[in-house]
Write a protein that binds this ligand. Structure first.
Ligand SMILES: [Cu+2]
Length: 212
């Protein structure tokens, strides 16, 4: 346990840098980062230029998790955030959400090499979220899936999901302030990273991942 605690610090620092840099990039619409410097401990987080159409200002839930000391293969950091409700109630706990809520899923980097890929999904929102990797059919763009009556999109062909709190693999959702992770062997192709809790996709929680 002692060793684990000692080794988790670099990832904690990296997550902190990612959060700060992501939000700064959202506000400033910085130029695209270099694809060099993929070291997660680096202050330069590649791919944040993809953030150009978004804005910062999301409230950040405190992070309360033991993170994995290391993850196999290349690592994609995925930020899951959401805004406050329209009323005075502030954050609503749980995963269900009405449509029209401001939510965001952002992965860095958004382009990776084919092969072993780990996803570290960090939920800094107030609601429960998850990360599901879906194949993106030819000719289809991200955000075009149509949700069913339960506010969820079809997960047929899913390559995997990170939906456990402070653990790898599937679970009941990544709670606010918690982290989930998974490792996949990804062939080249186009994928859509989604959060598929009720209405979250329709609220904007999707992003393109290109595997070359
Ligand atoms: Cu979500």
């Amino acid at each position: 346990m002692d060793g684990r605690r000692g080794r988790r610090l670099p990832i904690l620092v990296a997550v902190g840098v990612l959060v700060g840099t992501l939000l700064a990039a959202c506000d400033a619409a910085t130029t695209p980062g270099s694809m060099m410097g993929a070291d997660p401990s680096s202050a330069t987080v590649p791919g944040l230029g993809m953030m150009g159409s978004t804005r910062g200002g999301f409230p950040m839930a405190p992070l309360d998790c033991d993170l994995p000391s290391s993850l196999p293969g290349q690592v994609v950091h995925v930020m899951l955030v959401d805004g406050r409700g329209a009323g005075a109630m502030g954050w609503m706990m749980g995963g269900s959400a009405p449509t029209g809520r401001r939510m965001l899923l952002r992965a860095v980097p958004a382009t990776v090499a084919a092969g072993e890929t780990s996803f570290l999904a960090v939920n800094r929102g107030g609601r429960t979220h998850e990360l599901v990797v879906l194949p993106l059919p030819a000719g289809q763009r991200v955000g075009e899936r149509v949700a069913d009556a339960r506010g969820r999109v079809d997960e047929t062909g899913s390559l995997g999901e990170a939906s456990a709190s402070c653990a790898g693999g599937e679970g009941d959702g990544i709670e606010s302030g918690r982290v989930g992770w998974m490792t996949l062997d990804l062939p080249a192709g186009r994928y859509e990273l989604v959060c598929n809790l009720r209405n979250h996709y329709a609220n904007g929680m999707y992003q393109l991942l290109v595997v070359r």
